[in-house]
Structures are given as C-alpha cells and as structure tokens.
Design a protein around this ligand. Structure first.
Ligand SMILES: [Zn+2]
Length: 141
C-alpha cells in the first residue's frame, strides 16, 4: 500500500459470455446484444446468455454508435482502489447510450467541481486499463 508504487488497476472479469464485448472494446468498438425475438427486439447490456426482458435466447451482437448523455454523476476524490489514485479527482458517470442501455465509466475532461452535467452529451472513448485491456470512458461531446 505504499504511495510511491504504481498499483495495477483491478481488471474486468471476462468470461465466455462477455468475451465478445471486451474483445470489441480492445478494438475500439462498443458491442451490445440485441434480442432477435420479433416482439421484443430490445438492446441489452451487460452481456447475457438470454434476453432479460423476454427470456429469448437468440441474441445478436451489434455495434453502438458511441454517443450518449449523462444520467447522473459524482466526483470521486477517494478512489475505491489505489490503482486510480493518479487520476483523482475524476468524474464517474452513468451514461445512457443512444441505443438505450446504461454504461458506467469515467467522464474525462469534465469539471470536477460539482457542476451539473446531467443531460449533457458525451462520446465514448477507449482507454488503456492494463495489459491487453482497454475500457470505455466518456468525454463531453
Ligand atoms: Zn427479448
């Protein structure tokens, strides 16, 4: 827990269901699932084996455009993990993508003084997060 060492960030848990999503992020894409049940057709995130709305098991992968708007946000002054200490303070936001799903991630380049950002437009970016691992972050559009 020395403050002089760079601590590795906690890494996402990747399993066979979420692997296509994380491979997409490494390639600079946000891959979402869409339900192929005609009477449902909803977009799904996070990755699952069947649709949480209709329980249909036929899902396809589709790329999100990367545009969204802020639903809520908070400024982080004390990180939950030492791996983020070098980035403090930062804004952590819930973002609704244009496709209708909610993502949580850092909102970079936004004011950290508590100014309301709710409803503001953001764009997804892909940030280095560890060995062979990128994550989705957001920036004001
Ligand atoms: Zn469905």
């Amino acid at each position: 827990m020395s403050g002089h060492q760079i601590t590795a960030k906690p890494q996402p848990r990747v399993n066979e269901v979420s692997e296509p999503f994380w491979t997409g992020v490494n390639e600079g894409r946000i891959r979402l699932q869409r339900c192929l049940n005609e009477s449902c057709g909803r977009v799904i995130f996070y990755p699952r084996v069947c649709c949480p709305f209709c329980h249909g098991s036929e899902l396809e992968w589709t790329d999100a455009a990367g545009d969204g708007k802020v639903i809520s946000h908070t400024t982080i002054h004390r990180a939950h993990h030492d791996g983020f200490n070098g980035e403090l303070p930062y804004v952590f936001a819930a973002v609704e993508l244009a496709e209708g799903v909610i993502f949580y991630g850092q909102l970079r380049g936004a004011p950290t003084d508590g100014t309301s950002l709710v409803g503001s437009k953001v764009r997804a970016e892909f940030s280095e997060h560890g060995p062979d691992r990128k994550i989705v972050v957001f920036r004001p559009a």
